[in-house]
Design a protein around this ligand. Structure first.
Ligand code: NAP
Length: 275
């Protein structure tokens, strides 16, 4: 499949559906005419049509006809509604790409009686082009289709392929839920700043820019985070005083426990959603 002529259907034109199609158009991976969005909300469809010039329909069946890739971008709880619409209406060669959190390939495969499936786990920064997505594919997905999946997910940020679906529960616990961990740290840092006397607005700007700058430094320097941390920690200095408090409070263990809790929950939810 030539990426330049990729025709895509979106089942669900909500937040994520819009984020992906906007990125595909912006990166010129598709023209608006190559994209068809299906959604239950007429208002939503009209808004996407007006904003991007994409083709819209209220029929999931109509949306998938003749498309190379079908992106499943509805909420996981809505999946059961769309399965009967699509089952029997997909060609065996079409690629189904799911971005639904926690929904296993077996559930999609059985529900659609379809084999070529990519399951991905993006995160919320994907909505502004800074996503981190983990993904995997069934063995029936061709090399060209994997390239298409890589291009679609790559349009929203970084994408990493895993050769086993088991890794997606780990991805969920690290980068899927990860933005919330970062926001929690931001919240706590802002509150602490206000407590020691900084005005709130200035504290918010300083914290947000510190996170942004540190993330860029981590990425651009190519140095491990531990080295970068040591670089700003002089003996007997202010950073060392703060880091000692983190260490004494069991910070690393707390993060480990939190990630394990998310991972276990992801596995539980995946199991529960199987049936
Ligand atoms: N948001 C994120 O940053 C993020 C990150 C990672 C993964 N995800 C995954 O991405 C998926 C979509 O999330 P989202 O935030 O984009 O959700 P969303 O904004 O609720 O989008 C889903 C869209 O699908 C529509 N829809 C509902 N039933 C439908 C049907 N039967 N046929 C066609 N369309 C239907 C919804 O319409 P109504 O609103 O009218 O019901 C809505 O417009 C979820 O599975 C989520 O787990 C999201």
């Amino acid at each position: 499949m030539d990426l330049n002529i990729m025709k895509i259907a979106f089942i669900g034109g909500g937040n994520m559906g819009e984020a992906i199609l906007a990125a595909l158009i912006e990166k010129k991976l598709c023209t608006p005419a190559d994209i068809c969005v299906s959604d239950v909300s007429q208002e939503r469809l009209q808004s996407l049509k007006d904003k991007y010039g994409v083709v819209v329909t209220g029929s999931n069946r109509e949306a998938v006809a003749g498309k190379d890739v079908i992106v499943l971008a509805v909420k996981p709880q809505t999946l059961t509604e769309i399965l009967p619409d699509l089952k029997g209406n997909l060609k065996a060669t079409q690629l189904v790409l799911s971005i639904m959190a926690g929904v296993r390939i077996s559930k999609i495969g059985e529900g659609l009686a379809h084999q070529r499936i990519v399951r991905s786990m993006p995160n919320t920064p994907a909505r502004i082009g800074y996503g981190a997505s983990g993904w995997t594919a069934t063995s029936e997905v061709t090399k060209n289709q994997k390239d298409s999946a890589r291009a679609i997910l790559g349009a929203m940020g970084k994408e990493i392929y895993f050769d086993d679906e088991k890794y997606l529960d780990m991805v969920t616990a690290v980068s899927g839920s990860g933005p919330a961990y970062v926001f929690l740290l931001a919240e706590a840092l802002i509150e602490a700043a206000v407590k020691i006397g900084l005005p709130r607005q200035e504290a918010e700007t300083l914290v947000s820019q510190t996170m942004l700058g540190s993330a860029h430094l981590l990425e651009q320097s190519g140095q491990p985070p531990a080295d970068l941390r040591r670089n700003v920690t002089s003996r007997g200095g202010t950073t060392e005083a703060a880091l000692k408090v983190f260490e004494n409070g069991g910070f690393s263990k707390l993060v480990e426990d939190a990630v394990k809790a998310a991972y276990n929950r992801a596995k539980e939810l995946g199991e529960a959603a199987k049936s």
